[in-house]
Design a protein around this ligand. Sequence first.
Ligand code: G3H
Ligand code: 13P
Ligand code: ZN
Length: 323
Amino acid sequence: MAVSYKDLGLVNTNELFAKAVTGGYAVPAYNFNNMEQLQAIITACVECSSPVILQISKGARQYANQTLLRYMVPGAVAMARELGSKIPIALNLDHGDSFELCKSCIDYGFSTVMIDGSSLPYEGNVELTKKVVEYAHAKDVTVEGELGVLAGIEEHVSSEVTHYTRPEDVQDFVTRTGVDSLAISIGTSHGAYKFKVKPGESVPPLRFDILEECERRLPKFPIVLHGASSVLVKYIDIINRYGGKMENASGVPEDQIRKAVKTNVCKVNIDSDGRLVMTAMIRKYMAENPKEFDPRKYLGPAREELKKMYIAKCELLNSNGKA
Ligand code: G3H
Ligand code: 13P
Ligand code: ZN
């Protein structure tokens, strides 16, 4: 049976983005697939009083079971309230690839969905996005669209090269589809290998010129930055020290993120940094405690470190204290 996100204690992104766009900060959008990640995200955002967008990808839905996830989210909202916090919490479908998937998530209680038609020809992207917007808006659910393709793997599409967003398209796309926010491609990519650089080499700067041009054509319109993990060296080092092999991993430098959140970028997507923290802490624990076999013993410290990382991330996005 269909449920409205409003009955689950969630909010859509309208007010979150209206405040972020004028407040010089971005709302964090953190992906999760399991209980420990969800606990870390919520307790971190409660502690630093940050609004938050919980993100579930199609893959996460398959991994964790869509019904179980659907029931975990109101549990997370209740936990935040029990901790005495009123932080706004939104639930987003990350990289929805079809009308049917977006509809299913809306009917399951998601408060916002992304329809990623960026790999389609322009007119196909407009048509698909518009169809999702019509269904979503009738239920007061907000929609994120995408123009331009990030290099690397975008869940269902894989691209060798970046196709930067064409600023000349953004106004037409937003007007014709009615989307509430727009993901653009300015040089980031998904995963832990964002730039082809050797150790010690600096990564190329993001294309702020494209972002500025989009802002000029869409004043005060919420822009979304995907692929925004910094791939923190601290955790890559721990992974490699304890048996991992992640050579030449690289992410978006923190100063670039700090600069981006002062613009109309009001949602920043982080998944890989969370994965790296968990992997690093579990590897370390396993190496140092070879006799342990209780998952709580290694997942607990990983969850603690994850929470610290999310608090630091909220500070970077300047979303702390904005709930
Ligand atoms: O954009 C991709 C997100 O990091 C989700 O990744 O499809 O492996 O869950 P996933
Ligand atoms: P990262 O891989 O940089 O964390 O990006 C995540 C993302 O964009 C999810 O949509
Ligand atoms: Zn993404």
